[in-house]
Design a protein around this ligand. Structure first.
Ligand code: ADP
Ligand code: ZN
Ligand code: ZN
Length: 666
């Protein structure tokens, strides 16, 4: 009879807490149970992760209550969350709370709550039958099925160009697992969870599908979770957190668009869903399929090293050609037309042409707002946010300046706040301005715009895409929200207003992001019978990311990029751990960061440390930020080192320290 329970609590303290088990609770308590315990002066939720016969110290408090009739966490979930806490610098309790739905974290909702209907109505979808696979698809399916049969873990990287039929391979692989009595999890990036995607799964598998995304209310989310937990769903389609779905007999995990940065969680625990998926597949001895037209450098490198099995889909379905990509050198445009223009003549003519042929166009710019900076021509002042080191962006519709980092707003000034002159000018552009200019140039047509400003209201996402699908709108202007997954056969033209927006980001992944985005948006053109054309405007027409994207040549991009990563000793050749030190006082922040960097150096002379250096956006919401970057090939060793240092480090109360393992942004 165990007398004590080891309990994980969701606090940023990297240890377990012992509580005594009252006799009357013993029969209801198991590993994985949720309990209430008193912690300090508070009552908190804890998770039982182990039992012990002896007490580690005196005066151990008893467990107060057991919350659920049956354990909420399976042994698999416990292993998985333990792995997260070991690898992503968080406590076991914090990892556990990332793995269960919000509603039940506070201990409120009991698992026995009433079952209501799912948010998906199967009657809304007509059934579809599987396609007869093309040769490459069939080969891919055979390899995955073979792995399912053997019940072994293996990671496949499915590298298939846009519209090569990857999703059809996923669907049939899932079908295969289901027929063998297993279940599947399919992760997609949040923005790809469109009605189109959901439709493809529900119309194939009916009510056996559970869908989990962040727009669901906590209650609906809980219902989907419950549907999975009770075994009423065999397929989970969802964004990042769906990797924690409580499926019992997991036979396959798929991560579509595996290169997407949204798989990385930005708050504690800062896990990467792709890596969690790999660990979960390993725990279940089942295959993991990573799919992408533009695999992350990390994954492709592993495939080349033989750690992942590479499968290629090189042909588009029905042999449809990839669209022709034309690069427009905006420097020449400036030289010949003697003015700075948003649209080159080439792009304007192409739009005109598409419209004349009654076709549709997608115009892409990865920046929202109207003008991206406001400055005084007399004294040169650039209007910045009062709380962030970031320029204020003018939003025409709201007639406001908005900070994209903290959302604070200001009224646009008529006179310069510094020199009192009236020479205030607006420069730079965002999607709002692009839409406005286009509606002047093509006044007879309706233009839809999709970015995070136009999709705040519930349902607006579907409404905007609906307008475009029905043909009411002939043009769709948008940010990266429109880069993926959309399948509109009438689109013959895609225009990229400026490829330089992502290329100039202060991040070593800027080229990779640019290549990915250009490839994805280009994939929106020519999905129908009429073929397609892509026009990319840039001031850097000879950059390898742009040239390779224009040729649809992933391998060419990879070779250039991997060589530069190797030379600069960046991922995938090393692992990075970013430590962010922030506080309201700049000097204080800087000094603490310097002291911390010294403490790390003193602890281990061999570890490579960059910084401390001011973060690219050096102040956000009134907090100054300094980064320390640890570099090395032994991630575990770096984590352990940091844990030792931080345990000893005397940090002033007003300073915050965050640790991000494998950071996705600088
Ligand atoms: P991807 O996921 O690589 O972009 P999809 O799986 O969406 O590609 O396939 C593109 C289009 O081709 C879809 O409309 C899909 O239904 C269709 N398709 C896929 N595989 C086949 C096939 N074997 N035969 C006919 N059509 C197919
Ligand atoms: Zn001025
Ligand atoms: Zn701000």
């Amino acid at each position: 009879m165990p007398k004590y329970a080891d309990i994980a609590i969701a606090l940023p303290i990297d240890k377990l807490f012992q509580y005594q088990i009252p006799e009357e609770l013993l029969s209801r308590l198991a590993i994985g149970s949720r309990v209430f315990v008193s912690f300090g002066s508070k009552k908190v939720v804890g998770y039982v992760v182990g039992f012990s016969e002896t007490a580690g110290r005196e005066g151990i408090k008893p467990i107060e209550t057991v919350i659920d009739a049956e354990p909420i966490l399976s042994s698999e979930m416990l292993s998985l969350t333990k792995w997260i806490s070991d690898n992503y610098f968080c406590s076991w309790g914090e990892a556990i709370e990332a793995a269960i739905p919000g509603g039940i974290k506070k201990g409120k909702k009991s698992l026995g709550s009433r079952i209501k209907e799912s948010h998906i109505n199967v009657e809304d979808y007509s059934r579809t039958e599987p396609h007869v696979l093309m040769e490459e698809q069939a080969k891919a399916l055979r390899m995955i099925a073979d792995c399912i049969d053997k019940k072994e873990h293996r990671t496949f990287l499915l590298h298939g160009i846009t519209a090569s039929g990857k999703t059809e391979v996923y669907l049939q692989a899932i079908d295969y697992v289901l027929k063998k009595g297993g279940q599947a999890i399919m992760l997609v990036p949040e923005i790809a969870l469109t009605p189109q995607t959901i439709e493809r799964f529900v119309s194939r598998f009916g009510n056996r599908v559970a869908v989990i995304h962040s727009h669901l209310t906590p209650a609906k989310r809980f219902l989907e979770w419950k549907k999975i937990k009770d075994g009423r769903a065999d397929i989970v389609v969802g964004a990042r957190s769906a990797i924690f779905s409580p499926v019992k007999n997991l036979g396959l995990i798929i991560v579509d668009e595996e290169h997407e940065t949204t798989y990385k969680q930005e708050d504690v625990p800062r896990y990467h869903a792709r890596d969690v998926a790999e660990e979960r597949a390993r725990l279940n001895s089942c295959p993991l399929v990573l799919g992408s037209a533009t695999p992350s450098l990390e994954s492709y490198y592993k495939a080349k090293e033989g750690r992942y099995k590479l499968i290629k889909l090189t042909k588009r379905i029905e042999e449809r050609l990839l669209p022709k990509v034309k690069i427009v050198d905006m420097r020449m445009e400036l030289a010949t037309r003697k003015k700075i223009t948003i649209f080159s003549k080439v792009l304007l003519d192409a739009i005109d042409n598409a419209l004349k042929n009654k076709k549709q166009a997608i115009i892409f710019l990865n920046r929202r707002g109207f003008s991206t900076f406001v400055n005084c021509r007399k004294c040169g002042l650039v209007l910045k946010c009062k709380r962030c080191d970031a320029v204020m962006v003018y939003h025409f519709e709201e007639k406001k300046l908005i900070c994209h980092y903290c959302n604070s707003t200001q009224n646009p000034p008529d006179i310069c706040p510094k020199c009192r002159s009236g020479y205030i000018r607006y420069f730079g552009l965002g999607t709002e301005r692009v839409e406005s200019e286009l509606s002047h140039a093509f006044s007879h047509i309706h233009i839809a715009r999709m970015d995070s400003d136009t999709t705040v209201k519930k349902g607006s996402h579907d409404r905007i895409l609906g307008e475009f699908k029905s043909g009411d709108a002939s043009m769709l202007v948008g940010t990266q929200m429109i880069a993926k997954g959309l399948d509109f056969p009438e689109v013959t033209l895609v225009g990229v207003v400026s490829a330089d927006v992502t290329l100039n980001l202060p991040d070593f992944r800027a080229s990779e992001r640019t290549f990915n985005l250009l490839t994805q948006v280009a994939g929106r053109a020519g999905r129908g019978e009429d073929g397609g054309e892509v026009i990319v405007q840039t001031y850097a027409p000879h950059h390898y990311a742009i040239l390779a994207a224009a040729k649809h040549d992933y391998d060419r991009f990879y070779e250039e990029e991997i060589a530069s990563r190797k030379e600069l000793l960046l991922p995938p050749f090393v692992s990075l751990i970013k430590v962010v030190v922030r506080a309201r006082n700049e000097e204080f922040t800087q000094k603490t960061a310097a002291a911390l960097a010294n403490a790390i150096r003193a602890e281990d002379k061999d570890v490579m440390i960059g910084g401390p250096a001011a973060a690219p956006i050096s102040r956000v919401r009134g907090h100054y930020r300094y980064n320390i970057m640890l570099k090395g090939d032994d991630k575990k060793r770096m984590c352990d080192l940091l844990k030792r240092v931080l345990a000893k480090f005397h940090k002033p109360h007003s300073v915050f320290i965050a640790v991000d393992v494998d950071p996705i942004s600088m």
